[in-house]
Design a protein around this ligand. Structure first.
Ligand SMILES: [Ca+2]
Length: 490
C-alpha cells in the first residue's frame, strides 16, 4: 500500500464520517492540521486594512473595487464557509499579502492552489493570483513585477483559460531585445501557449499549479491534471528555440510539388468505350520523387543557453490585481507551499474543496429536482382536469365515444413516448457532469449574447432571436399551465 492509497482511505473515512452523521459540516471541522508555508482559509474575520501580514487593500486610486471576507452564497455546501470576495461590478480590484518571511522555491519547488467560485453570473473577469518579488502592499497595482501569474481568466470568446505566466531566467541575454513584456527588465515574461479551460458553473472549483525543482510542472483543475510539462522552456510563448527555420532559404522553383501523380504504367482497358464511358483517366499513385520541402535550420541568433526556465528566487508575497465585470467572486483556501508537500496538498484539498464541492453539487441537484417536480406536478394536475372535462363531454355525446377514445389513446402514447425518451438524460445518474457542462455552455452562450448586444457581429442575430422566441414560448406555455390550474382551483 503506497502513500496515495493511505491518503484515499483516510479521505474516504473522514468523508464517510461526515456524510453519515447526516449533518452539514462546518468548514473548520472537516480537516486535519497541515504544515504548509501559507494557508489562508478566511475562517475568521480579518482586518483587511491594517495588519501588515494580513491582506492589504491597495491605496492606488485606480482600484475602486471593494473586498470583503464574508459567507458564501447558496449552495454553499459546508456551513460557515467564508472567503475573500470581490464585491464591485465593472471595477479594478487590488489586494495583496506580504509573507512574514520570503518563500524560497529553489530547492523544493512550489505549489500554489486556491478555490474560486463565481457565485453569480460573471461575463468577464480575471481571477488569477500573482506571486511577487519585493513590493509595497499599500500601493500594489498592475505595475508591480511578478514572478508567476496563475489562474483562470474569463472573458467569453476572448478568454476561457487557466493562465500560467512566469518570468524567464535568461540572464546573459540581450535585455533590451527580450524584455519587451517585462516590467522589471531583468526577466522576460513567458506564457503557456495552449492553456487549459476553466470551470464556469456557479460552484467552487480548485486550481493548482505545481512546479518541481527540476522545472517539470503540472496544472490541476479540481485535482485532475489538465496540463503538464517536463520543462518550462517548451510550449511557452516568447521563448527563443535553439534551432529555427532559415528565413533566407526558399523553396527552389523546380521543386516537384506533386504528392500524387497519374500511374505511368496504367493502360486504357481494352473494353473501354470513350463514346460511352467518357475520356479514360489513369489511377493516381504516390509520386516516388516527391518530398516535402523544408527550409534549412539555422542556429537562432536570439537564442542563448542561459534560458533556464523559471528564475527560482524568493517570493515575498502574493497579490490579486483584477478587473471584473461581475461581482461576488469568491477566493478561498489559498495555499502556497513547496512541491514536496504534494500529497498533503491533495489530502487537504479532498478534505476541504472535495467535501464542499460534493455538498454544493448535491444541494444544487436537489433544487433542480424540486423545480422539475413542481413542473411535473403542474402537468399532472392539468392533465387530470382535462381528462375529467373530456369524460364529461363523452358522457354527453356517446356517439363519438370510439373515435374519441382512439384519439385519446394516441395522445397518451405520444406524451408517454416524449416523457420516456426526452427526460431520461435529465434523470441520468451521471447528471453531475452533464449539468455542469451545460451550465458552462450556458455561460459561454450568455456572454456571447452580451458581446453581440454590445455591438458585436450580427451574423447570428436571427439565431439569437429564434432562441429568444423559443424561450418566450416556453415561458408562455408554463404560464398557461399555471393559469389553467388556478382557474380550476377557482
Ligand atoms: Ca473558507
Amino acid at each position: 500500500m503506497n502513500f496515495e492509497d493511505i491518503i484515499l482511505i483516510l479521505f474516504f473515512t473522514i468523508f464517510l464520517t461526515v456524510s453519515t452523521t447526516n449533518e452539514i459540516p462546518d468548514e473548520a471541522e472537516t480537516k486535519t492540521e497541515f504544515d504548509f508555508f501559507l494557508l489562508d482559509e478566511f475562517n475568521k474575520k480579518q482586518d483587511l486594512k491594517t495588519d501588515k501580514y494580513e491582506w492589504t487593500i491597495t491605496k492606488d486610486p485606480r482600484y475602486r473595487g471593494k473586498w470583503t471576507i464574508e459567507n458564501s452564497k447558496n449552495p454553499s455546501g459546508v456551513i460557515n464557509d467564508t472567503g475573500l470576495v470581490m464585491k464591485t461590478e465593472a471595477a479594478l480590484h487590488g489586494i495583496s499579502k506580504e509573507f512574514q518571511t520570503p518563500f524560497d522555491p529553489t530547492s523544493k519547488g512550489l505549489i500554489i492552489q486556491y478555490e474560486l467560485r463565481y457565485q453569480e453570473f460573471v461575463s468577464c473577469a480575471g481571477s488569477y493570483i500573482k506571486l511577487l518579488s519585493q513590493f509595497d502592499s499599500q500601493h500594489f497595482s498592475r505595475d508591480n513585477d511578478y514572478l508567476i501569474m496563475f489562474g483562470p481568466d474569463w472573458c467569453g470568446k476572448q478568454s476561457n483559460a487557466v493562465r500560467f505566466i512566469y518570468g524567464l531566467n535568461d540572464s546573459g541575454n540581450d535585455k533590451e531585445a527580450t524584455a519587451t513584456e517585462s516590467k522589471s527588465g531583468s526577466e522576460k515574461l513567458v506564457q503557456l501557449e495552449d492553456p487549459p479551460e476553466m470551470k464556469l458553473d456557479d460552484l467552487s472549483h480548485l486550481y493548482t499549479l505545481v512546479i518541481f525543482p527540476n522545472q517539470s510542472w503540472e496544472i490541476w483543475v479540481d485535482l485532475e491534471t489538465v496540463k503538464q510539462g517536463s520543462n518550462l522552456t517548451k510550449g511557452f510563448n516568447g521563448i527563443e528555440q535553439k534551432w529555427i527555420n532559415d528565413p533566407d532559404d526558399f523553396e527552389p522553383e523546380d521543386w516537384d510539388e506533386n504528392e500524387y501523380i497519374e500511374d505511368p504504367n496504367a493502360k486504357t482497358p481494352q473494353l473501354w468505350d470513350t463514346e460511352q464511358d467518357g475520356e479514360w483517366e489513369a489511377p493516381r499513385i504516390e509520386n516516388p520523387d516527391w518530398e516535402e520541402w523544408q527550409p534549412r535550420k539555422i542556429l537562432n541568433p536570439n537564442w542563448n543557453e542561459n534560458q533556464n526556465g523559471f528564475a527560482f528566487q524568493p517570493i515575498h508575497g502574493m497579490g490579486l490585481e483584477l478587473w471584473s465585470m461581475g461581482k461576488n467572486i469568491m477566493f478561498d483556501n489559498i495555499l502556497v507551499t513547496s512541491a514536496d508537500k504534494i500529497n498533503e496538498v491533495k489530502l487537504f484539498a479532498n478534505q476541504t474543496w472535495g467535501i464542499k464541492y460534493h455538498l454544493q453539487f448535491q444541494e444544487q441537484e436537489r433544487k433542480r429536482l424540486e423545480e422539475e417536480n413542481k413542473l411535473w406536478n403542474r402537468f399532472i394536475s392539468f392533465s387530470l382536469s382535462q381528462a375529467a372535462k373530456f369524460t364529461e363531454f363523452i358522457n354527453d355525446h356517446p356517439k363519438i365515444m370510439i373515435p374519441a377514445a382512439a384519439v385519446f389513446l394516441i395522445l397518451i402514447f405520444v406524451v408517454s413516448f416524449k416523457i420516456i425518451f426526452f427526460s431520461s438524460s435529465k434523470t441520468d445518474s451521471n447528471a453531475n457532469s452533464n449539468t455542469n457542462e451545460s451550465q458552462d455552455k450556458k455561460n459561454i452562450k450568455k456572454v456571447e449574447g452580451e458581446e453581440k448586444e454590445k455591438g458585436g457581429g450580427k451574423e447570428n442575430e436571427s439565431e439569437k432571436e429564434k432562441e429568444k422566441e423559443k424561450e418566450k414560448e416556453e415561458e408562455e406555455e408554463e404560464e398557461e399551465v399555471i393559469e389553467v390550474n388556478s382557474n380550476k382551483n377557482d
